[in-house]
Design a protein around this ligand. Structure first.
Ligand code: G6Q
Length: 556
């Protein structure tokens, strides 16, 4: 898939931004706020109930004009049409990228190679609905006739992070008699700890794997199956306690799940974009299918906003461009996601995969090495916990860390008096990052504490905050299924915009393959002490160290 012949950094829009960056980098946001009373209204926008305040960024109207020119030069609008039209823009895997079809609530036809996928999407949604009703009403029973209480999703990466993040975020919507659990790690500790508290007769395993070949998931699924059979004794129990979500019918059958209890999805759904598909089954079982569909509604509303709003009002467009601005021009190596909502505690981890797996690439669409930074490291933690830990570095460290504060105006728990305290902290952190604390302010404070002379001068440098550190603030009414759907889709499209500008394929993930291949070879070597090992001498020695540790283990 070829692109412009001119290297990105040589293009007029990039060069203009580079020159602008040099001129703007020493300037202080605080001074702009003093001279621009309209700055908030100028640099804020809203959609689908989400307000984005991006005024506390190192930008002027000229910066935004140049960034929009870059987006026009790189044809973001054209690529957006190709995305939604179902073109095979994931060209290294020869696949369309159509997670938007999974939440296409308009039901307008969406074609992949001329074939409308909407009837199939709706068929699987119906199948999910019927299954959820059966489980939740107790019509679906375990092998011994008990109703299901515990749902264990076994999956990893895209088949885990999305459902886990969403169910955690929507605890207020959990059905009373259903408890979800998530097992992803091949470290048996996670499965063992989960199973220790469960009653096999009341447990349903949802084995979620697009390929149904993933080592971690299959190892966990087989161990869960053994655990079930040890207790219920009868192979026939598997049918009532295991369902599968996959694109691989043969492998699901081979595992022993009746294909009638398999929920399909398709190769045009990327793993990290799959929570909207039947990979969301554990979400729907936990919060009910109606709520799951409201989640889809929210994402669809954001899809429409992304397609229809002018770039200047378009939330994913703006956030994507700001990301490019910091990553490629300020060379900020990381970006922090700081949700002030305990329910969103897995949102940073979810976005870590979404952004880093999508845009952590160093080769452009033409196969050339890029000579500009692409995706930053995404990290974060829910507020206010992070404030008492790593915010120190964001405020006074040597690195520029742009941050996204995310917060609901209302809480969904009973302890409402906590909420203004939480929000006050969001607003305070944004202000502190913007303003910092200058020498005169720090001196006045220290004098008020009774310090003077050398003691004051010695302490003074440590009390200074450079400020001028950028933040976005995203506010919404409450964290409900609709808003969460819109919020996730907002970030998905932000990632898309960035990938187009960086001229990379955001939808493959070859980088996760190498380790998987090597692990298979090494596992065979570890378990066969006579097999020769042919790696670097460090890896050989580590394998030997393990083999030696196993000698005589059987006698202990
Ligand atoms: C996501 C990645 C990756 C994938 C997991 C699980 O985009 O492809 O995280 O989701 O490796 O794969 P399976 O669903 O095939 O088990």
């Amino acid at each position: 898939m070829t692109t412009s012949t001119q290297p990105l950094i040589a293009t007029p829009a990039w060069q203009a931004l580079k020159a602008h960056h040099q001129h703007l980098a020493p300037q202080r946001m605080c001074e702009w706020f003093d001279s621009e009373p309209e700055r908030f209204s100028q640099f804020s926008a809203s959609a689908c109930g989400i307000l984005l305040d991006y005024s506390k960024n190192r930008i002027t109207t000229e910066t935004m004009r140049l960034l929009f020119e870059l987006a026009a030069q790189e044809d973001v609008a054209g690529w957006r049409s190709r995305l939604f039209r179902g073109e095979k823009i994931n060209f290294t895997e020869r696949r369309a990228v159509l997670h938007s079809a999974l939440r296409n609530r308009s039901n307008h036809p969406v074609r992949v190679a001329g074939h409308d996928v909407m009837p199939e999407v709706n068929r699987v949604l119906d199948k999910m609905r019927h299954f959820c009703i059966k489980v939740q009403s107790g019509i679906w029973r375990g092998h011994t006739g008990e109703p299901i209480r515990d749902i264990v999703n076994i999956g990893i990466g895209g088949s885990d992070l999305g459902p886990l993040m969403v169910t955690e975020a929507l605890r207020a919507d959990w059905l009373e008699h259903i408890r979800p659990h998530f097992v992803s790690n091949v470290d048996g500790a996670q499965l063992a700890q989960t199973l220790a508290n469960l009653d096999p007769a009341r447990t349903l395993f949802v084995v979620s794997s697009k390929t149904f070949t993933t080592q971690e998931t299959l190892t966990n699924a087989h161990s869960a199956r053994d655990w079930l059979l040890q207790s219920l004794g009868d192979e026939g129990a598997v049918a009532s306690h295991f369902v599968a979500v996959s694109t691989n019918r043969e492998a699901v059958s081979a595992f022993g799940v009746d294909p009638a209890n398999m929920f399909e999805f398709w190769d045009w759904v990327g793993g990290r974009y799959s929570l909207w598909s039947s990979i969301g089954l554990s979400i729907a079982l936990t919060i009910g299918m109606d709520n799951f569909e409201v989640l889809l509604d929210g994402a669809h509303a954001m899809d429409r906003h992304f397609q229809e709003a002018e770039p200047e009002q378009n939330l994913p467009w703006i956030m994507g461009l700001l990301g490019v601005w910091y990553s490629s021009f300020f060379e900020a190596g990381s970006h922090a996601i700081l949700p002030y909502d305990q329910g969103l505690h897995r949102f940073p981890a979810y976005l870590q995969q979404a952004e880093m797996e999508s845009n952590g690439k160093c080769v452009d669409r033409d196969g050339n090495l890029v000579n500009y930074p692409t995706a930053p490291v995404i990290w974060g933690e829910s507020g206010t916990n992070g404030q008492h830990a790593f915010y120190q570095l964001i405020h006074q460290g040597t690195r520029l860390v742009p941050v996204d504060f995310i917060a609901p105006l209302q809480c969904r728990h009973g302890l409402t008096h906590h909420h203004p305290i939480l929000l006050a902290n969001v607003f305070a952190q944004g202000e502190a990052l913007l303003r910092g604390k200058n020498e005169a302010e720090a001196r006045t404070e220290l004098e008020a504490e009774g310090l003077s002379g050398e003691a004051l001068n010695a302490l003074l440098p440590h009390k200074l905050f450079p400020g001028n550190r950028p933040s976005n603030t995203l506010l919404f009414e409450r964290l409900d299924p609709f808003t969460l759907g819109a919020l996730i889709a907002l970030y998905e499209h932000k990632i898309f915009v960035q990938g187009i500008i960086w001229r990379i394929n955001s939808f493959d993930q070859w980088g996760v393959e190498l380790g998987k291949q090597l692990a298979k070879t090494i596992l065979a070597e570890m378990t066969d002490p006579d097999r020769p090992v042919r790696h670097d001498n460090s890896t050989n020695a580590l394998i030997d160290y393990y083999r030696n540790s196993q000698k005589g283990m059987g006698d202990r």
